[in-house]
Design a protein around this ligand. Sequence first.
Ligand SMILES: [Zn+2]
Length: 531
Amino acid sequence: MRTLLIALTLSTVALAQDKPDLAIVNKIRAEAFEHSQVMETLFYISDVNGPRVTNSNGFHAAADWAVKRLEGYGLVNVKQEPWGEFGRSWNFTHYEGHMIAPQYSPLIGFPMAWSSGTNGPVRGEAVLAELASPADLQKWKGQLRGKMVLTMAPKELEMSMTPLAHRLTDEEVAARAMTPDPSRFAFGPAPAGGRGGRGGRGNAAPPDPAIERRFRAQLMQFLIDEKPAVIVEYNPIQDGGTVFGTSFGSYKAGDPVPPPAVVITSEHYNRIARLLEHKIPVELEFDIRAQMGDRAEQSFNIVGEIPGGRKKDEIVMLGGHFDSWQGGTGATDNGTGSSVAIEAVRILKSLNVPMDRTVRIALWSGEEEGLLGSIAYVKNHFADRADMKLKPEYAKLDAYFNDDTGTGRFRGINLGGNDMVQPIFEAWLAPFHDVGATVVTGASAVADRAPGGTDHTSFTYVGLPGFGFLQDPMEYATRTHHSNMDLYDRVQKGDLMQAAAIEAAFVYHTAMRAEMLPRLPMPQSHPWAER
Ligand SMILES: [Zn+2]
């Protein structure tokens, strides 16, 4: 019944030019499913060269590999395109963490980005000193020098009885098309106690961001003055050996450099905290090698093109961010989206069918620090939202397709409020219903008021058509996103093959459509919202 209804809607609404080219779709599917190279690409991006913290050695090595790969596939104008000043590089090349007393235990963890190394192994007494407010800083002033400081209150871990990974049911997929605010579902249901960020402040409501920012600056100065041996944190949202962590210091040149800071798994953190609460002395040892760059560096996005034919000055873009955090290898965030985009252009090249418009892949840097690479690219090429002065390329960018939610099949595509595109995308999605991609969501969403979430919003913010795909959440929020388990084995081959086929088909149909995709009205000029 549902299938019938959809078919009826398509035949009545879709224009002739939006009928999918089924012969091409057939070739795309054959290439994607029978000759896939997507996992081989992921292997080089994650296992061989990851992690890829922006401007780190791994990032550079992976970026050099990607350029060669794209050139090998026959793309042209492949380059690492500088987008402006990023900041300091940061690399870590060694981590050891141990509890020495009262009993020996290795500590599962990793250093947080832009914090210092230890300059050789350091041993010290652990102190549970919750540093959550200015009053806490007063209380502990002068007592933390040379100590291993656990700065967060321990938290009882509730046994999770829900599976870590989840594929959306057909009903859940359909529900996303109905909701006026699909962004609520971006990563699937939120785990109890919130998600992401620097957790561990008990169950209190999240603090006001401005107050939190001010306190973070105070805390940073306190720690620099106090000189603890190592700062030890955890994330109470993930447990069972999974460690969530991003940065502790700042990538901006000139900002103060914090002492060594590590994040360890919740169970290890809680054990140390319980021992200290029982007044049993705990001795820890860490050996961290971390190198901070001494100056602000430029960064770059990776771009490459398949030149178009009779409309070659019009551009269809696809991509995702290439940088990652450091706990794993950035396999799902965003090795997957990068590999899918590289695979999609490989598939399009392999068709050996000329396309009217030029197809351009872009793999962004600095996403994790605030969509820096894509925002700068949009500003350099298309428009600055501060004045909405348009560059000539603004009129020539047809659409940008982004993939950045880990493994998990494409179940649909999000319009971000551009309901004019709905019947077009419904038609293009029809040949992929059998592999699970069925819905077009976000027709009634409010267009993005600020760049956020991920890179296509850097486009939509200046009124350019930018689209993200709806994916099965799998275990992105529960296990891999920004964690030490962001690794190759957490990625499902079939998911990536399906995603690459759909992305290639959407890019192909956009590149061949008689007209460019309809756009929302141009936004008013407005300075970047404070983030
Ligand atoms: Zn990401």
